[in-house]
Design a protein. Sequence first.
Length: 297
Amino acid sequence: MEKRKITKQRKTDWNAIRSKCREYRKRPASLMMLILVLLAALITAASMLYLVIYILVNGIPYINADLFAWEYNSKNVSMMPAIINTVLIVFLTLLLAVPIGIAAAIYLAEYAKRGSKLVKVIRVTTETLAGIPSIVFGLFGFLAFVLTFHWGYSLLAGVLTLAMMVLPTIVRTTEEALIAVPDLYREGSFGLGAGKLRTIFVIVLPAAVPGILSGVILSVGRIVGESAALIFTAGSVAAVPESLFDSTRTLAVHMYCLLSEGLYTNQAYATAVVLLVIVLVINRLSAVAAKKVGKEK
């Protein structure tokens, strides 16, 4: 019986392949499109794999205990202050940007009238801001926070600049996640006597959590890898800040400074390995959290 099932399955697979081949013969444009898509996927995967292997091969041999010393100096070139600063900046930026972004998305998806001119303006603005290069945000932060407000190169200036930079991404992804929630959820909640606000926070938002987390993940990746905007706002002091108005540097800025000096190229590769591991760990934890939330629903 098992052999017959296997034989039938093989015949079914072969017939499916033959039907596909006939379809592609009738439509050569579809075959060309399939080849181009597969080629693009292979090029992307190969490029990503090459970059990861290149960083690991050049960086792992130079990772040592001195790179994780508590204080930075010209001898050990420690990245520990930069690691702490990176985590601190990510936390403060998300603490500021996520509530504002979710609140704006709730207004656009739940309260604003469909087809409203104000909504169209906000959406166009957020899409435009999402495409602006980070160095433009850095120059704006430098002119506004560093010079106009006289904060100097500081942690606060860097956090505010990064919050403005990731806010459009959070707003757009959250809005799309809220729109994707079926209207039946809302109608069922209203039918049970729940109000608008209770429906949003008890029914709609929990259902949209996986989509919201995807926007937060993208934002974290952009914050961790950002250097241009922080060089103009947070500065490059290799020390853990004692207040919001002290200058500091993240791992990406630390790596840039090491490469620009030309004396610590090997340590820069080691820093790139640590930065790569941190990004992979954050993405993995976020993916696990999103899956867990999805199963609980």
